[in-house]
Design a protein around this ligand. Structure first.
Ligand SMILES: NC(=O)c1ccc[n+]([C@@H]2O[C@H](COP(=O)([O-])OP(=O)(O)OC[C@H]3O[C@@H](n4cnc5c(N)ncnc54)[C@H](OP(=O)(O)O)[C@@H]3O)[C@@H](O)[C@H]2O)c1
Length: 238
C-alpha cells in the first residue's frame, strides 16, 4: 500500500462502475486522486465521500480536445506530471451490423478511442519529461477476441490496443509503463443501455475489477505488467 502514498493518479471515468471503485481503493491507499467524469453531481458526491478537494475534480467530455487540454494544464499546474493515468472511461454500443448506425459507430470510436488518444496526448509529455509513469487502459476482452454484435465496440478497443502498443514502442527507452487490462464482463452500469440478456450475478464485481487496477498500480520497479486478463469463470474465452 505504501507504494501508492502520495502518488498522483487521474481516474478517467470516475463516475462509472469500475472508476468509482478504483477511486475508492486508490484514495484509501494514500494516492492523491484526481477525478474526471461527465456527470457533475456524481463526480462531486464521490469526491466528498473520499475527501477529495473539488479542485481535483474535472467535469469533462473526454472526446473534446480543449476540455482534456484544460484539465491537463490545471493538474500539471497544481502538482506537476501525473504518476498514473487510469482510463476507466468508455461506452458500450453492442448491436449487430444491420442495426448499427454510422452515428453509433463513430460515437463508439470517439468515446473509446479518441478520448484515450486525447488523454495520452495530454498527459504523456509530462511523464516523458520525468521519464516515468504508468498508463492503464481497459480494452476488455473484446479488444482481444471478437464477438457477434461487437463490431463497433471491438473496432474501438482493438484500435486502443494497437494505439497503445505503438506508443509503448515510442517510450521504450523510458520507465513509462503501458498496461492493457482485458476484463471480461463486469457488473456495472455499462450494461444498462445494452440490449443483451446478461447474467450480472455471474460477472466480475466492480470492486474486484478495481482491485486488479490497484494491483497494476503497484508494479515492480524492475518490471512491467504489459497486460492482464481477468474474466468471469463462465466466460473463459482466452
Ligand atoms: N463493464 C464491463 O463489463 C467492461 C468489460 C470490459 C471492459 N470495460 C471497459 O471498462 C471501462 C469502464 O467501464 P464501466 O463498466 O465502469 O462502465 P460505466 O459504468 O458505464 O462507466 C463509464 C464511465 O465512462 C465515462 N464516460 C463515457 N463517455 C465519456 C466521455 N465522452 N467523456 C467523459 N467520460 C465518459 C462515464 O462518465 P459519466 O457516467 O459521468 O457520463 C463513466 O464514468 C470502459 O472503457 C469499458 O469499455 C467494461
Amino acid at each position: 500500500m505504501d507504494k501508492l502514498n502520495g502518488k498522483k493518479v487521474l481516474i478517467a471515468g470516475a463516475t462509472g462502475g469500475i472508476g468509482t471503485q478504483t477511486a475508492r481503493l486508490l484514495a484509501g491507499s494514500g494516492a492523491d486522486v484526481y477525478l474526471t467524469g461527465r456527470k457533475a453531481d456524481a463526480l462531486l458526491r464521490l469526491a466528498d465521500s473520499l475527501s477529495v478537494p473539488h479542485g481535483r475534480c474535472f467535469v469533462a467530455d473526454l472526446t473534446e480536445a480543449p476540455a482534456v487540454s484544460r484539465m491537463a494544464e490545471d493538474i500539471t499546474r497544481q502538482s506537476g506530471p501525473l504518476d498514473i493515468l487510469v482510463n476507466a472511461s468508455g461506452i458500450g454500443i453492442i448491436k449487430p451490423l444491420e442495426q448499427l448506425s454510422l452515428e453509433e459507430f463513430q460515437q463508439t470510436l470517439q468515446g473509446n478511442l479518441t478520448a484515450a488518444f486525447l488523454l495520452v496526448k495530454a498527459f504523456l509529455p509530462g511523464m516523458k519529461e520525468g521519464k516515468k509513469g504508468l498508463i492503464i487502459n481497459i480494452p476488455g476482452v473484446l479488444g482481444k477476441v471478437p464477438m457477434a454484435g461487437a463490431a463497433a465496440y471491438s473496432a474501438s478497443k482493438y484500435g486502443l490496443v494497437g494505439m497503445m502498443q505503438c506508443i509503448r514502442e515510442e517510450v521504450k527507452r523510458t520507465e513509462i509503463r503501458i498496461t492493457n487490462l482485458y476484463l471480461g464482463g463486469v457488473d456495472s452500469p455499462f450494461w444498462d443501455t445494452i440490449d443483451l440478456r446478461v447474467q450480472k450475478e455471474r460477472m466480475i464485481r466492480a470492486e474486484e475489477a478495481a482491485r486488479a487496477i490497484w494491483f497494476l498500480c503497484q508494479q515492480p520497479l524492475s518490471g512491467v505488467v504489459s497486460e492482464m486478463v481477468l474474466q468471469p469463470f463462465n466466460h473463459q474465452a482466452i
